[in-house]
Design a protein around this ligand. Structure first.
Ligand code: C2E
Ligand code: MG
Ligand code: MG
Length: 549
């Protein structure tokens, strides 16, 4: 019986081998010949009896003077020789069959094994997964870990392909060393490695990644690599699906630079339901099915509501009121983000005009997706919207994330420059979560920094968050920017930000996003509340500030 070099488990060969190692076709041929011999023997015996051949042979032997027992001996000797030669031929056939089988195994082995690292190839890995699926292992215990080396091309480009190859071999060796019992390791693509773990222990992904983060001695170099790893559990949906899920998690780990990500359906953009949602979103954009809500921004110095941020909502007939997180990415991936933004922009500007007519002058901020910063026609569309809705460019602000401004910076810079020329204000949204360098930030034509709410949330408890918020306020002011704090959820945060000289605050403690029609009333109410709270709250926070240092 052949044994897998992958798992050591017995495998079926591609040739139908019989129990004693003789190929089935050969056995069938031998059996056919034997059947022919039997049939011929029966026919000859019948003919002999019908024509009385035994009597003729006895008569011939008497007349020719050849004793009958000589004839019997001759017959027996010839049969014996036939048996000896037949057995020898049988052994030869068995040896041929075994050689044939070894060749088959070698070929199969070569197709399933990566010549560089000696690990399994993708073919071998999938075969191992399928075997595991058939083996009766609990499908829920099976896990696949997929990992790749970040910036591996840079290793090849800067240190040469030879070093790149040695690094891959070193990674493979390290993987073998940390492999849990029964696991299978493969190189499924250039710098992509896969582990199949039949009974995955907790923390397997972090253990493997930690092992691979230790330096590799390659030639005279000590190479350290970063990895992105995706873990997926459960063989229930099939081996290809398990591999795909691990790949989705790996993509997430890479995008978010987290090192390791575990698959969950929320990470997965492959969702058949999304196709239907996409068609519905297209209709909602076209038929006015989206709503724009507004969240007030309040000036810390005097508690006045100076503007709002427009946040899109989708009242879905079956799913209820959907937050943008449920459909913005879908719109971005399917070309719907430009028409969606146009709708939000038009609505927001119409709302600004309506509030002005009611005696409330407010600015409005509209979020721009990264993709739109590469749309060279965007400035013209914004100019047309301002003109047609009769709103001053000074009353419009556009929010972009730092990462958006970093992708294809030249093109983004052109679009941002043209928007700024219109007289529109620009702000960097979610500041602190992207990768903008300070040098780059100082070159961006922006007016405002919005400190991400994750830092604001840590104000009371995390010294690092306090330091970041405080220095971002100072940094923004040094660059001549207005600084907005997002996600203000408590009075303490409000007072702390005011003490540090932050300009504006936005957050649920002040007001949530509300429909346009109630914005003036909500703004009045917020201003009243902040004015009323200011004095006692300041007195209350001073000791707390001291104790936090
Ligand atoms: P963002 O631009 O950073 O918007 C602020 C988000 O923080 C809003 O979530 C808001 O409801 C939420 N938020 C405000 N105050 C607080 C608070 O005190 N605590 C907490 N935990 N959250 C608070 P929302 O409306 O779900 O929007 C999420 C994101 O969706 C926005 O983040 C923005 O990036 C995007 N978005 C919203 N509307 C649009 C749009 O029209 N176009 C584009 N491209 N993106 C949009
Ligand atoms: Mg925003
Ligand atoms: Mg934000």
């Amino acid at each position: 019986m052949a044994h897998s070099w992958l798992t050591g488990a017995p495998v079926e060969g591609p040739l139908p081998l019989t129990g004693d190692g003789v190929p089935g076709e050969l056995r069938r041929e031998v059996l056919r010949d034997a059947a022919v011999v039997v049939v011929l023997t029966v026919l000859a015996t019948a003919a002999g009896i019908a024509w009385e051949l035994p009597r003729s042979i006895v008569g011939w032997s008497a007349s020719a003077g050849v004793p009958l027992d000589h004839l019997v001996f001759l017959l027996a000797a010839s049969h014996l020789l036939m048996m000896v030669f037949g057995a020898r031929r049988g052994r030869q056939l068995k040896a041929e069959a075994a050689a044939h089988r070894r060749l088959e195994e070698q070929l199969r082995d070569r197709a399933g094994r990566d010549p560089l690292t000696g690990l399994a190839t993708l073919t071998g890995f999938l075969a191992a997964l399928d075997r595991l699926a058939r083996s009766g292992t609990d499908p829920d215990d099976v896990a696949v870990l997929l990992l790749d080396i970040d910036r591996f091309t840079a290793v090849n480009d800067t240190l040469g392909h030879d070093v790149g190859s040695h690094l891959l071999v070193a990674v493979a060796d390290r993987l073998r060393a940390v492999l849990p019992a029964g696991a299978v390791a493969a190189r499924t693509g250039g710098d992509v490695f896969a582990l199949l773990v039949p009974d995955a222990p907790d923390g397997i992904a972090t253990t493997v990644v930690a092992a691979l983060r230790r330096p590799f001695a390659v030639r005279d170099l000590q190479l350290e690599v970063d990895l992105s790893a995706g873990l997926a559990h459960g063989l229930g949906a099939g081996s290809a699906e398990l591999l795909r899920r691990a790949d989705v998690a790996r993509g997430t780990a890479k995008r978010q630079a987290t090192g390791v990500a575990v698959y969950s359906p929320e990470l997965d953009s492959f969702d058949p339901g999304l196709l239907a949602l996409h068609a519905e979103l297209r209709c909602a954009i076209r038929d006015g099915g989206l709503e724009v809500h507004h969240q007030p921004k309040v000036r810390l110095a005097d508690g006045r509501v100076t503007g709002v941020e427009a946040l899109v909502r989708w009242p879905h007939p079956q799913l209820g009121l959907l937050a943008p997180d449920r459909f913005i990415v879908l719109a971005e991936q399917t070309g719907l983000i430009a028409p969606l933004t146009d709708v939000v922009l038009r609505c927001a500007l119409a709302d600004v005009r309506a509030w002005r007519e009611q005696g409330r002058r407010l600015t409005v901020a509209v979020n721009l997706s990264a993709r739109l910063l590469h749309d060279l026609e965007l400035p013209d569309r914004v100019a047309a919207a301002l003109r047609e809705e009769r709103v001053s460019p000074a009353d419009l602000e556009l929010e972009v994330t730092e990462t958006a401004a970093m992708d294809d910076p030249d093109r983004a810079m052109t679009v941002l420059g043209q928007l700024r020329q219109l007289g529109v204000r620009l702000s960097v949204d979610d500041f602190g979560t992207g990768h903008a360098s300070l040098a780059h930030l100082s070159k961006l034509p922006v007016d405002t920094l919005k400190i991400d709410r994750s830092f604001v949330a840590g104000l009371g408890t995390e010294p690092a968050a306090r330091a970041i918020v405080r220095s971002t306020v100072d940094l923004g002011h040094a660059l001549g920017l207005t600084v907005v704090a997002e996600g203000v959820e408590t009075a303490e945060q409000w007072h702390q930000l005011a003490a540090w000289g932050c300009d504006l605050a936005q957050g649920w403690w002040l007001a949530r996003a509300v429909p346009a029609s109630v914005v003036p009333a909500v703004a009045d109410e917020v201003e009243r509340r902040v004015a009323g709270l200011q004095r006692p709250a300041v007195a209350a926070i001073v000791p707390a500030q001291r104790s936090l240092g």
